[in-house]
Design a binder for this molecule. Structure first.
Ligand code: ADP
Length: 183
């Protein structure tokens, strides 16, 4: 009994936080920061998601998440890895030896989807637990989709994303608007 408990305690807990991060918001960053208190190593898995028509390419999203983590603090950077992944989440979780999937949960909106996903994932691999961190009060209404919509309509996105993400977003939205005008 004691031996088993010791072995479990000693094995480093790897968590996988998957998402589109198109782009990463203050809500994502908050979850990353808090997840590092729950796991020893956190892998931020940026989903390739070809079907979602992302605003930023997979390479750009990985680079931006890395920039965000580097800017938080040095201690965090040593615990967090950022990688892209494709295909079934549970296959990837197994590949990186994650024992925990981390997800953020905003009031009401996320529940139905997350409930179904977690049930399905538990069937696919019951040895991997999904842990939900409640979105902080100030981040409840932030989503990548809304930030992109507000930005595209000329609204102020600075309360929702870092200055670095705001810069990337404004640049990309301006490029898109220019392209659309030419058509
Ligand atoms: P996905 O395409 O998987 O929904 P997202 O990048 O939109 O990817 O979200 C990744 C994870 O981050 C999800 O668990 C989502 O619920 C969570 N999340 C997104 N925005 C917030 C936020 N403002 N606060 C807390 N968690 C969030």
């Amino acid at each position: 009994m004691t031996t088993r408990r010791t072995a479990r305690t000693n094995s480093p807990r790897v968590g996988l936080y998957p998402g589109s991060f198109d782009p990463p918001t203050n809500g994502h960053l908050d979850i990353i920061r808090r997840a590092t208190r729950v796991v020893n190593t956190l892998i931020v898995g940026v989903a390739i998601n070809a079907g979602k028509d992302p605003l930023f390419s997979i390479e750009e999203r990985v680079a931006i998440v890395k920039q965000e983590i580097a800017s938080i603090n040095a201690g965090l950077a040593s615990k967090v890895e950022v990688r892209s992944f494709e295909g079934l989440l549970m296959h990837y979780a197994r590949e990186v030896r994650a024992s925990v999937i981390i997800r953020g949960l905003r009031a009401v909106t996320d529940f139905d989807y997350e409930f179904q996903m977690t049930g399905m994932n538990a069937r696919l691999d019951p040895s991997i637990e999904t842990v939900f961190l409640m979105a902080s009060e100030s981040h409840q209404f932030i989503s990548s989709r809304l930030v992109k919509e507000v930005g595209a309509l000329g609204g102020d996105i600075r309360p929702f994303v870092s200055p670095n993400v705001a810069k990337h977003l404004q640049k990309r939205l301006a490029e898109r608007a220019k392209k659309a005008k030419r058509r």
